[in-house]
Design a protein around this ligand. Structure first.
Ligand SMILES: [Zn+2]
Length: 49
């Protein structure tokens, strides 16, 4: 199972199940450790991918 992923904002390794927030960008789903990281990503996704 590939349930581990990386928060693109803070680079923390997290489990998808434990992600606090997710965001879809250009058909890909990103997982975040906190709502704050998601907000940062949504502001400027290109910066983090
Ligand atoms: Zn984070």
């Amino acid at each position: 199972m590939f349930d581990k992923t990386k928060d693109p904002v803070c680079k923390k390794k997290i489990r998808k199940k434990e992600a606090v927030a997710t965001s879809e960008y250009e058909g890909k789903l990103y997982y975040f450790c906190s709502q704050k990281c998601k907000e940062e990503f949504d502001k400027d996704p290109e910066k983090y991918i």
